[in-house]
Design a binder for this molecule. Structure first.
Ligand code: C5P
Length: 409
């Protein structure tokens, strides 16, 4: 589980987004974290401590003076202990007033007090702001937030859209699942910081006419997991995706394409800035030679049409033969789906494509599934990554790629 072993102090401040923090607490617990909830008096106006206690499985701490939290710390100093026990303090929703308190180092309530008293070098402070768009845009708020970030807190940002007040704009709290993704990402090591990773994923769709085409069953799950893992590892990530229904991972720039030719063009454009290229797409090997501009009609007398195919360009081989890859500025990684003799086929394919690293898997036990097993083949030999969820394998893969880039550089 993504947060197993982590203890999160979840702070709620006053705002209507408090109602979403019941779900957030649940997600944190499901991800394996233990959660200590601390609420301000403003937060208690919006959601009951009983709800948060039931979901976190612990009494909610509210005051440094007179509640259970004081009783649980023999020396009566919950503001010291609660912060030190945590692997991270997450304030969600984080109100404009709370940001102002943090900026000034004020300690009006237990939550602000324990944020100030936390050992800042060891216990990170993450904020999920939530407020009306005018409040968010106000120079006083932005000034305070800049100060709080300069003091070491991390703002997870805000969403844009309709607000409970009836207005539309920036300032919505991120959705609970987005906050969870940010937190999980925060705890990942950053071996790809400073790299720009380009990933292709999913199938391509090769048109026969405006309503029909040729494609394959690639779900895009492995490529999307690789893009997410690369972003978590600190890289700037561009994902060129064929037609799939996967959600875009956070902090990933996604370019949607349909055909192999479109994927080639988008990839060549993005490769100009990339330092790592990971080709996980299942590009169709062939495309109809002359797609019809109009729907081919079923006339009855002339029978079914005959289709002629031409070969699609090999995107990976094209990029690997380009100037950036040959001069060592772009590290290329390919994928191979085989049905048997994995090592022999992977070794041959790596050499044929002219790339330093090839990741092989058995197609029928990988397609569409949430787990997979991988064989990494490079010039020095092969290394297997045993069956695990695709996101876990993707995280291991980006560590391996980072190691090889560091060794080459
Ligand atoms: O040749 P094969 O399709 O087995 O090679 C698979 C690898 O090559 C994958 O990394 C895939 O993304 C890439 N590829 C490509 N363009 C193609 C065919 C495959 O980038 N036209």
């Amino acid at each position: 589980m993504d947060l197993s072993g982590k203890h999160i102090l979840l702070g709620l401040t006053g705002g209507i987004a408090c109602y979403k923090c019941a779900e957030l607490c649940r997600l944190l617990v499901k991800a394996g974290a233990t959660v200590q909830v601390v609420m301000t008096e403003g937060a208690v106006r919006f959601i009951t401590p009983v709800t948060m206690q039931a979901l976190s499985g612990r009494p909610v701490a509210r005051s440094q003076w007179e509640d259970e939290a004081v009783g649980r710390t023999p020396d009566g100093m919950p503001h010291i202990h609660l912060g030190r026990e945590a692997d991270a303090i997450l304030v969600a929703p984080c109100s404009a007033d709370f940001i102002a308190q943090l900026a000034q180092g004020r300690t009006d309530e237990l939550l602000a007090l324990l944020c100030l008293a936390r050992p800042a070098g060891r216990v990170p402070l993450l904020l999920a702001p939530a407020m009306n768009r005018e409040m968010w845009a106000h120079p006083a708020l932005q000034r305070n937030l800049a100060q709080v970030q300069a003091d070491g807190a991390k703002s997870l940002g805000v969403g844009c859209g309709s607000q409970a007040c009836g207005e539309t704009g920036d300032g919505r709290m991120l959705e609970p699942a987005e906050i969870l993704a940010e937190l999980v990402s925060f705890f990942q090591p950053k071996p790809l910081a400073g790299q720009h990773v380009l990933v292709t994923a999913g199938p391509t769709f090769e048109a026969i006419d405006p309503v029909r085409g040729v494609t394959n069953h690639s779900s895009g799950k492995m490529g999307f997991a690789v893009a997410r893992a690369a972003a978590e590892a600190g890289a700037e990530v561009t994902l060129v995706a064929g037609p799939v229904s996967q959600p875009t991972p956070r902090n990933v720039r996604r370019i949607d394409v349909q055909s192999g030719l479109q994927m080639l063009q988008a990839t060549l454009d993005a490769s100009q800035k990339a330092t790592v290229f990971i080709a996980a797409a299942a590009v169709a090997d062939w495309r109809p030679a002359e797609p019809s501009e109009r729907k081919i009609k079923k006339t009855g007398d002339s029978g079914p049409p005959s289709l002629h195919f031409v070969e699609n360009p090999d995107i990976l081989a094209t990029v690997a033969q380009g100037e950036r890859a040959r001069s060592g500025q772009l590290y290329c990684v390919g994928f191979a789906a085989e049905s048997h003799d994995l090592l022999a086929h992977a070794t041959a394919k790596r050499q044929r494509k002219g790339i330093p690293l090839l990741v092989a898997n058995i197609g029928p036990t990988a397609f569409g599934r949430d787990d997979n097993e991988l064989l990494l083949v490079d010039a020095h030999g092969a290394q297997s990554l045993e069956r695990a969820p695709k996101i876990e394998l993707a995280r291991k893969l980006v560590v391996e790629i980072a190691r090889r880039i560091a060794a080459a550089g």
